[in-house]
Each structure stands twice: as C-alpha cells, then as structure tokens.
Design a protein around this ligand. Sequence first.
Ligand SMILES: [Zn+2]
Length: 299
Amino acid sequence: MKHQDIPLKSTNQAAIKSEINWPHQKKSCLFLSFDFDAETAWFDERAADSKQLVRMSHGGYGARVGVPKVLELLNHLNLSATFFIPGWVVETYTALCEDILNAGHEIGHHGYYHLKPSITEGQPKSIDSLEQSIEEIDRGFEALERCLGVKPIGYRAPCGENYDLILDYLSQKGIKYSSSWRDDILPYRHVLDSSLDSGNKGLLELPANSAFDDWNHGVMKGSSRNMLTREQVLSIWQDELEQTHAWGGLTTTVFHPQVAGRPSRFMILEQFLKHAQTIEDLWIANGESIFRHLEEQGL
Ligand SMILES: [Zn+2]
C-alpha cells in the first residue's frame, strides 16, 4: 500500500456523542480494568524469548504476587473490575484465574499468546495475516471456555492494535465491547465498512486512556527512564480522573498486575482507588456492567 492509497476520511466513522446518562444519577464513570499478561508480555514478539527465565520472571511476578495483591485490595474496597487475560495465561494459571472469577470480577478476551493482531504481512512485531490473527483469537476463546467456562463479551487487543476485519470477526463470535481505542472520553459504537456487508452491529467501544497504562510511568520493558514517583503518578491519575469526571466522561484504566502489584506501585493504586471512591457521583464499574447500561440506553 502506498500513502496515495490512504483515503481522505477519518479512520473512525463512529458518531460522536455529546453526553452519556450514567446510572444512579452519577456524573461520570471509571472503568476499572487490568490486563493480566504474565509472561506473555515478554515473549509476544519472539517465542524463543520464553527460554530466558529472568526475562520471563518480570511477567511471572504478575501471577506470583501481583494478582493476589490486587484481588485482596479490590475485595477490601468492594470493587469489581475486568481482567483481560490471554488464553496462554488462563491455561497456565487456571486456579488463579478461577480466583479472579470467584471474587466477582469479569474476565475479558486478550488474545492467546498476546500477539499483536495484523491483517497484512510485514507489520513490525505482529502476526502476519488475518488468518493467524483469527487463529489467535479462536484459541483465546477456546481456552477461556474450556478452563473457566467463560464466554467473554469484552476484548482488549494485545499490544493495543486492531483492524476493522478483526473487530467484525470478534462481533460475530459474541464479543460485545472493545476497549482498545484511545480517541474519546465517551463510549461509542464502531461503524465498520466490513460490518456493513455482514450486517453486524458494530462493537461498542469503551475507549482507554494511555495515562492509565501503568507501563508508561517508567516501569516499561527496556525503559531507560526512571520510574515516576507516587506523587507524580497520583497527580497525573487524579487530574485525568477529575477532569474526565467534570466532562461527564469515561475513565478507563489499563493497569497490569505485574506493574501495579509492585510494592511502590501498589501504594499508588491503593491511594488512587481510595481517592476515586471519595468522589460520590463517580460510578466505578467493570466493563460488562458498563456495556449492559449503555445497551439499555440504546447506544
Ligand atoms: Zn496485554
């Protein structure tokens, strides 16, 4: 494809909403979500990396310490979240994933090996075809259902990329909402060229906010940056939340237990969630509850 072939239209054709009626007279919504990637985040670019045990241990922390600590905190605060989990993690850490479910949290689809979807050859660090992307998605569904009896309705793209043909396929397979886009503070309904042909209603998007991706605060793979301090991260998160709240919007977190469960990061998470709970007219919910509400509203 050449640049001259790129059409002169916005890459997102979804209608722009001016406001959302949140339930219980709430002014805005916090979609509390975690990506439990474990080792997949460290071998998703090269399978051979899985032999590097110290490299893998960064991700393993999420399972050994991160998720149990996060579950303890959510239980203490009486909060329900969504955990997006790759199929490989579900098969490897089935008992822990059962703990997540039994604690009342939602489990969403997050690929199988956490491979970055692609529909064309030669994309950097991603799979090479629509067929391979679909295989990865099918394996994810299969693992969630066989190990946990879960038929997910939410999907977050591994490595944060997606395509209209893949969204359309997810919709055909029972996914109701996506949470990967970064382009709005309100939810919207995807409008896809491909779904016009198949007659599928586009997926609902619960857009995420990169400021709440905890990898981005210096705890990143290969990051040469220093970690941001508690004061810095809290100040960013609280400002993002409070302004989104003033706008009546949706704040979506992209927390990772292998990051958020590290001791100093855990203190930030705890303080942030406690702060969020002091905002009386903020609705804190998981993706499924938000999806159900928005569907009732006719979005
Ligand atoms: Zn992930």
